[in-house]
Design a protein around this ligand. Sequence first.
Ligand code: X2X
Length: 383
Amino acid sequence: MGSGGGTGRTAPAMPRGGGVVALPKNTSFTRDRRTDPKGVDELRRAVLWAAVVSLVALAPAAAPAQYKPEFKLSVVVGPAGPWGEAATRFSDLLRERTHGRINVKPYFAGQLFAGRQTTEFLLLVQGVADFAIGSTINWSPQVKELNLFSLPFLFPGEKAYRALDAVQQSEVGRRLFQIIESKGVVPLAWGENGFRQLTNSVRPVRRPADLQNLKIRVVGSPIFIDIFRFLGANPVSMNWAEAQTAFAQGTVDGQENPVNSVIIPFKLWTTQKYVTVWNYVVDPLILGMSKQSWDALSAQDKEIVRRTAQEVMARQKREARAGLEGSHEALETLRKNGMEVIVLTPEEVEAFRQATLPVYRKWKQEIGRTLVEAAEKVVRNTR
Ligand code: X2X
């Protein structure tokens, strides 16, 4: 440090910025720092050096991992309902279990992707979002295999939920997770938006003919445009935030979304009179983490993140299905709020399935025959 001769000033122990860092006793400076700027440099260097030394000395006593102050969690919906509530629960639990090391903040209503919900996956890849509880529909433009769940009527009738779970737990589910991970997002757990049901403000829909010319808002994912075109409707793709304005202004006639996670929390009865329960596609959720953010975690924290994600999303799935799987209780809420609920019979469903077969065939190719056939086999073998 000091270099002999001069006034022999002892350096003060307080660095700029106020941290308390004691300099070694014998630290001295050779120039008067009031008159010699070089002395100031030396002092600064000494203070910095002392700061580094003392930080290193303190390190073992500090928290085992120091991460960024905030981890961002993207969600397309608001805080109400099973989907949004899972975001809050996951954030709270993770903060608690890591003693604040992983401080997650949920960004609801698509704040992080500024309305463009089909870009959520890219935000994760880039590390702009650290986490997302994302719909597989919103991620399907980047992960085309996720269109599997949007193949019309892949999960039929009574066994729909069991068949879905079986597919997710099978080689097909594992393959989908591998594909997602290879693109830069670590999938931690399956959740569920739910089976999507049709609502509209014009007339009850029981047959494909009833959909003729109805203007239906769909997500900006091309398979949905195909499905509704084949059914004779007039599909228009729109982000969820704008869609609600469109319902209120009556510029679209209808939409499709699950009961517990969207229709109820968004009170769609204020703009939509008729619901058709037809389970035409399912919309799983995935709680995923940006690979960049994941790689920065300690092994212990990775384990906590994974366990918490699985726990929270298992509950989320149960809540998304409550009163829908094996019963129709949840539909009562819709009736009570003035909606006319049309539950299609298996024969009525079959007419829609026939009408959408060309879409199924086309998208089976797009997604990949092998993967789709493996899923079909799991569905067939589900009792
Ligand atoms: O936009 C929708 O319809 C929603 C909320 O269900 C999705 O994010 C796919």
